[in-house]
Design a protein around this ligand. Structure first.
Ligand SMILES: C[S@@+](CC[C@H](N)C(=O)[O-])C[C@H]1O[C@@H](n2cnc3c(N)ncnc32)[C@H](O)[C@@H]1O
Length: 237
């Protein structure tokens, strides 16, 4: 319609019809286009990565408010690289390490770092903080899996097409957060910060996990819909 001087050839027509058919089956638009915008970045996404959500920009904003020059920080479960790359795009004076258990997700995250010219980010494959030495980080941020294994939403909408390992985390959805919070208490330096996203009914449980691992200055933060979605806290100095 906007380019009447151009005609659509039969191959393009066929490709278009295929995309419509896939969308009718429920495939997310981000998988059909292979892209999703996050923060100021255009990111490639694949079925091996979570599709970055606008809600997660809250985690980026809160993390930016705690960054100081020279800090070493880690984004755990980086997926497409969304959080790590958004932070690196704003602050060239911090060392950003992005981790994931999924080798395929890390390939996409590295590609996104290259395409957005953010090659100061380093990538590590592994289970949460297993690869990090004690007292080696100043800040840890994570949007981990936090959906209950039996949540019916896992069988609906876009979630059907995203990796289950990126979404579900045990009977109460907190299995991965339990590991992350307790490991973070060992890996952070005194005064270091931990920020995690969680489900909108999990704030009290996540705050209790932070408290039981010795974190202080625990605060809850709301998304644009006014729902608790992030807990942030610090280790004592
Ligand atoms: C909810 S997705 C978040 C992706 C990305 N950070 C974002 O916000 O768009 C959770 C990520 O954690 C990764 N993950 C799951 N279990 C893990 C583990 N045990 N250790 C490290 N990463 C893990 C998944 O592969 C997935 O990329």
């Amino acid at each position: 319609m906007t380019r009447p001087e151009q005609s659509v050839d039969p191959v393009q027509t066929q490709q278009f019809r295929q995309l419509i058919a896939q969308r009718k089956q429920g495939h997310p638009v981000a998988h059909l286009t292979g892209q999703r915008g996050f923060w100021t970045l255009d990111l490639q996404v694949t079925p091996a990565t979570l599709i970055p959500r606008p809600d997660t920009e809250l985690l980026v904003e809160l993390t930016l408010s705690k960054l100081k020059s020279g800090m070493s920080i880690a984004d755990l479960g980086t997926g497409s690289g969304a959080i790590a790359l958004a932070l690196a795009s704003e602050r060239q004076d911090v060392q950003v390490i992005a981790t994931d258990i999924s080798a395929q997700a890390l390939i996409t995250a590295k590609l996104n770092a290259f395409q957005n010219q953010l090659q100061q980010v380093s990538f590590i494959r592994g289970q949460w903080l297993a690869a990090f030495a004690a007292r080696s980080l100043d800040l840890i941020v994570s949007n981990p899996p936090y959906i209950e294994d039996t949540d019916p939403h896992l069988g609906q909408g876009d979630l059907r097409f995203e990796p289950r390992t990126a979404l579900a985390s045990g009977a109460d959805g907190l299995d991965d957060l339990r590991v992350i919070v307790s490991q973070a208490a060992q890996v952070l330096r005194p005064g270091g910060w931990l920020l995690t996203e969680h489900g909108y009914l999990q704030s009290a449980a996540v705050q209790a996990l932070f408290a039981s691992s010795g974190f202080i200055e625990i605060s809850a933060h709301q998304d644009f819909g006014g729902r608790d979605r992030v807990v942030m806290a610090q280790l004592p100095l």
